[in-house]
Design a protein around this ligand. Structure first.
Ligand code: HEC
Length: 213
């Protein structure tokens, strides 16, 4: 009787230990999750992420393909509140002539929110992109009640158009590093192919040599 209890006790303890181990290993090895790395190795062109690809394609690369005329069409979404001609009147929003390179909230006589005018730094391609993705997220409490432009192409085009109205800042160089991994991979693949072919040829040669003996 006593003995049976001891055996039952060990079996139970063993079961608990096994359960504990499987929980722990699950924790450390993420066996139960199908995980993607947080940052992918390189950008795959033409594939949009769920958030519109905003973070993945640098604005400098988007601008290289941007179309000012298409940007003027996108800007129609803004004209209810903004003018963008030189000396244009402020409306619900400030006049946007020559905005790039200027501080946040630089237009004299427009009553900006503190949320926007307290943002440090000058307007550039990257922070304008972030602003146009979501004004509310960029400057929580902003008076600009515009949801944002979800398509990266729309943002790039309208940014190109806006820049062409007075500012004409040079576009930033697209990062050269983006190209390198793709090329490197192609070379590595070609080398691997060549190596495989060589091994195959060597095997054939060795077989032939063996047959000749
Ligand atoms: C519903 C009205 C409205 C629409 C539509 C709108 N804006 Fe605005 N915009 C505002 C207001 C209001 C502000 C000032 C925000 C503040 O002070 O917080 C502003 C501010 C800005 C600023 C900052 C200017 C500065 O002097 O710092 C930029 C840039 C801008 N808007 C661009 C755009 C663009 C581009 C679009 C269209 C894609 C757009 N806005 C659509 C109302 C609007």
């Amino acid at each position: 009787m006593d003995n049976n209890n001891t055996i039952a006790g060990w079996v139970l303890a063993g079961g608990i230990a096994a359960l504990g181990f499987s929980i722990l290993s699950g924790k450390y090895f993420h066996a139960d999750k199908n995980e993607r790395p947080e940052t992918m190795g390189f950008v795959i062109e033409g594939v949009e992420s769920s958030d519109g690809g905003a973070e993945e394609v640098p604005m400098s690369m988007m601008l290289a393909k941007a179309d000012v005329a298409a940007g003027e069409a996108v800007f129609r979404k803004c004209v209810a509140c903004h003018t963008i001609n030189e000396g244009g009147a402020n409306g619900i929003g400030p006049n946007l002539w020559n905005s790039f390179g200027k501080s946040h909230g630089h237009v004299a006589g427009f009553a900006y929110s503190d949320a926007l005018s307290s943002v440090e730094g000058n307007w550039n391609f990257d922070n304008m992109n972030a602003w146009l993705i979501s004004p509310r997220k960029y400057a929580p409490g902003t008076k600009m009640t515009f949801a944002g432009l979800s398509k990266p192409e729309d943002r790039a085009n309208v940014i190109a158009y806006m820049n062409a109205q007075g500012s004409n800042l040079p576009y930033p160089e697209p990062p050269a590093a983006e190209e390198a991994p793709a090329e490197g991979e192609a070379v590595a693949e070609a080398e691997a192919d060549a190596a495989a072919t060589e091994v195959a040829e060597e095997t054939v040669a060795a077989d032939e040599a063996a047959a000749a003996e």
